[in-house]
Design a protein around this ligand. Structure first.
Ligand code: PNS
Length: 164
Protein backbone atom coordinates (compact mmCIF):
# COMPACT_ATOMS: atom_id res chain seq x y z
CA UNK A 1 0.00 0.00 0.00
CA UNK A 2 1.13 3.50 -0.76
CA UNK A 3 -0.33 5.65 1.98
CA UNK A 4 -0.01 9.41 2.29
CA UNK A 5 -0.31 10.68 5.85
CA UNK A 6 -0.72 14.23 7.05
CA UNK A 7 1.04 15.54 10.18
CA UNK A 8 -0.81 18.78 10.98
CA UNK A 9 0.03 21.33 13.64
CA UNK A 10 0.74 24.94 14.49
CA UNK A 11 4.47 24.16 14.93
CA UNK A 12 4.99 27.55 16.60
CA UNK A 13 7.87 26.59 16.83
CA UNK A 14 8.57 22.93 15.99
CA UNK A 15 9.89 21.08 19.07
CA UNK A 16 11.84 17.86 19.62
CA UNK A 17 8.47 16.30 20.45
CA UNK A 18 7.05 17.17 17.02
CA UNK A 19 10.20 15.97 15.28
CA UNK A 20 10.03 12.63 17.08
CA UNK A 21 6.42 12.11 15.91
CA UNK A 22 7.31 13.13 12.31
CA UNK A 23 10.29 10.73 12.25
CA UNK A 24 8.23 7.82 13.55
CA UNK A 25 5.35 8.57 11.15
CA UNK A 26 7.85 8.65 8.27
CA UNK A 27 8.76 5.04 9.09
CA UNK A 28 5.13 3.94 9.02
CA UNK A 29 3.81 5.67 5.89
CA UNK A 30 5.19 6.10 2.38
CA UNK A 31 4.65 9.86 2.17
CA UNK A 32 4.32 12.37 4.99
CA UNK A 33 2.91 15.83 4.43
CA UNK A 34 3.75 18.01 7.42
CA UNK A 35 1.32 20.88 7.19
CA UNK A 36 1.46 24.17 9.06
CA UNK A 37 -2.11 25.20 9.87
CA UNK A 38 -3.77 27.81 11.95
CA UNK A 39 -5.31 27.00 15.31
CA UNK A 40 -8.08 29.53 16.00
CA UNK A 41 -7.46 29.10 19.73
CA UNK A 42 -3.84 30.30 19.52
CA UNK A 43 -2.02 33.44 18.39
CA UNK A 44 1.12 32.55 16.48
CA UNK A 45 4.53 34.02 17.34
CA UNK A 46 6.27 32.85 14.16
CA UNK A 47 4.93 33.57 10.64
CA UNK A 48 3.75 30.65 8.52
CA UNK A 49 6.84 31.11 6.30
CA UNK A 50 9.16 30.99 9.35
CA UNK A 51 7.46 27.88 10.71
CA UNK A 52 7.72 26.13 7.31
CA UNK A 53 11.37 27.11 6.99
CA UNK A 54 12.21 25.69 10.45
CA UNK A 55 10.34 22.47 9.62
CA UNK A 56 12.24 22.14 6.33
CA UNK A 57 15.53 22.55 8.18
CA UNK A 58 14.81 19.97 10.87
CA UNK A 59 13.34 17.36 8.48
CA UNK A 60 15.97 17.82 5.76
CA UNK A 61 17.39 14.33 6.39
CA UNK A 62 14.05 12.50 6.13
CA UNK A 63 13.44 11.48 2.53
CA UNK A 64 9.67 10.99 2.47
CA UNK A 65 8.66 14.20 4.30
CA UNK A 66 7.33 17.32 2.57
CA UNK A 67 6.47 20.62 4.25
CA UNK A 68 3.40 22.61 3.27
CA UNK A 69 1.00 25.14 4.74
CA UNK A 70 -2.77 25.37 4.44
CA UNK A 71 -5.13 28.08 5.60
CA UNK A 72 -8.35 26.06 5.53
CA UNK A 73 -9.75 22.93 7.13
CA UNK A 74 -7.56 19.91 7.79
CA UNK A 75 -10.28 17.56 6.50
CA UNK A 76 -10.36 19.38 3.15
CA UNK A 77 -6.57 19.42 2.89
CA UNK A 78 -6.42 15.65 3.53
CA UNK A 79 -9.07 15.07 0.85
CA UNK A 80 -7.21 17.26 -1.64
CA UNK A 81 -4.02 15.25 -1.05
CA UNK A 82 -5.78 11.88 -1.02
CA UNK A 83 -4.34 11.26 2.45
CA UNK A 84 -5.70 8.26 4.33
CA UNK A 85 -4.17 9.08 7.71
CA UNK A 86 -3.87 12.12 9.97
CA UNK A 87 -1.05 11.59 12.45
CA UNK A 88 -1.15 13.34 15.82
CA UNK A 89 1.08 12.97 18.87
CA UNK A 90 -0.62 12.35 22.21
CA UNK A 91 1.24 13.54 25.29
CA UNK A 92 -0.83 13.28 28.41
CA UNK A 93 -4.39 12.50 29.33
CA UNK A 94 -5.03 16.24 29.14
CA UNK A 95 -4.55 16.14 25.33
CA UNK A 96 -7.00 13.33 24.88
CA UNK A 97 -10.42 14.96 25.08
CA UNK A 98 -9.60 17.76 22.64
CA UNK A 99 -7.75 15.47 20.24
CA UNK A 100 -10.61 12.95 20.34
CA UNK A 101 -13.08 15.72 19.55
CA UNK A 102 -10.97 16.88 16.59
CA UNK A 103 -10.50 13.30 15.33
CA UNK A 104 -14.28 12.70 15.33
CA UNK A 105 -14.99 16.04 13.66
CA UNK A 106 -12.40 15.38 10.96
CA UNK A 107 -13.78 11.89 10.39
CA UNK A 108 -17.25 13.34 9.93
CA UNK A 109 -15.95 15.98 7.50
CA UNK A 110 -13.74 13.52 5.62
CA UNK A 111 -14.63 9.84 6.20
CA UNK A 112 -11.74 8.71 3.96
CA UNK A 113 -9.08 9.84 6.47
CA UNK A 114 -8.53 8.27 9.88
CA UNK A 115 -6.68 9.92 12.74
CA UNK A 116 -3.79 7.87 14.08
CA UNK A 117 -2.38 8.77 17.49
CA UNK A 118 1.26 8.13 18.32
CA UNK A 119 2.20 8.17 21.98
CA UNK A 120 4.75 10.85 22.75
CA UNK A 121 8.10 9.44 23.81
CA UNK A 122 8.62 9.52 27.55
CA UNK A 123 11.32 12.21 27.34
CA UNK A 124 8.99 14.53 25.38
CA UNK A 125 5.84 13.92 27.39
CA UNK A 126 5.85 17.40 28.93
CA UNK A 127 7.07 19.33 25.90
CA UNK A 128 4.98 21.92 24.06
CA UNK A 129 5.58 24.94 21.83
CA UNK A 130 3.96 27.19 24.46
CA UNK A 131 6.41 25.93 27.08
CA UNK A 132 9.33 26.60 24.71
CA UNK A 133 8.03 30.14 24.18
CA UNK A 134 7.52 30.79 27.88
CA UNK A 135 10.97 29.59 28.87
CA UNK A 136 12.80 31.04 25.85
CA UNK A 137 11.21 34.48 26.00
CA UNK A 138 12.18 34.77 29.66
CA UNK A 139 15.80 33.98 28.82
CA UNK A 140 15.72 30.32 29.93
CA UNK A 141 17.70 27.55 28.25
CA UNK A 142 15.63 25.77 25.57
CA UNK A 143 18.42 23.58 24.20
CA UNK A 144 16.71 20.44 25.52
CA UNK A 145 13.40 21.31 23.87
CA UNK A 146 14.13 22.25 20.25
CA UNK A 147 16.37 20.87 17.47
CA UNK A 148 19.84 22.44 17.69
CA UNK A 149 19.84 23.56 14.03
CA UNK A 150 16.98 26.03 14.62
CA UNK A 151 17.98 27.17 18.13
CA UNK A 152 19.54 30.46 16.96
CA UNK A 153 16.57 31.34 14.73
CA UNK A 154 14.18 30.81 17.60
CA UNK A 155 16.21 32.84 20.08
CA UNK A 156 16.57 35.72 17.60
CA UNK A 157 12.82 35.87 17.22
CA UNK A 158 12.28 35.74 20.98
CA UNK A 159 14.75 38.59 21.50
CA UNK A 160 12.53 40.75 19.27
CA UNK A 161 9.21 39.71 20.75
CA UNK A 162 9.76 40.19 24.49
CA UNK A 163 7.23 42.70 25.82
CA UNK A 164 6.98 43.72 29.45
O1 PNS B 1 -0.34 22.10 17.06
P1 PNS B 1 -1.80 22.31 17.36
O2 PNS B 1 -2.10 23.79 17.59
O3 PNS B 1 -2.31 21.45 18.46
O4 PNS B 1 -2.58 21.87 16.03
C1 PNS B 1 -3.97 22.02 15.92
C2 PNS B 1 -4.36 22.05 14.45
C3 PNS B 1 -3.64 23.19 13.71
C4 PNS B 1 -4.02 20.73 13.80
C5 PNS B 1 -5.91 22.28 14.39
O5 PNS B 1 -6.24 23.49 15.00
C6 PNS B 1 -6.42 22.25 12.95
O6 PNS B 1 -6.68 21.18 12.43
N1 PNS B 1 -6.55 23.44 12.33
C7 PNS B 1 -6.97 23.56 10.95
C8 PNS B 1 -8.42 24.04 10.87
C9 PNS B 1 -9.39 22.89 11.13
O7 PNS B 1 -9.49 21.95 10.38
N2 PNS B 1 -10.08 22.98 12.28
C10 PNS B 1 -11.04 21.98 12.71
C11 PNS B 1 -10.36 20.86 13.45
S1 PNS B 1 -11.52 19.66 13.95
Amino acid sequence: MNITAVCPGSFDPVTLGHLDIIRRAAQMFERILVVVMSNTQKTATFSVAERCEMLKTVTAGIGNVEIESHGGLLADYAREKNAKAIVKGLRALSDFEYEFQMALTNKRLNPAADTVFLTASAENMYLSSSLVKQVGMMGGDIHDFVPECIYDNIMKKFAKSINY
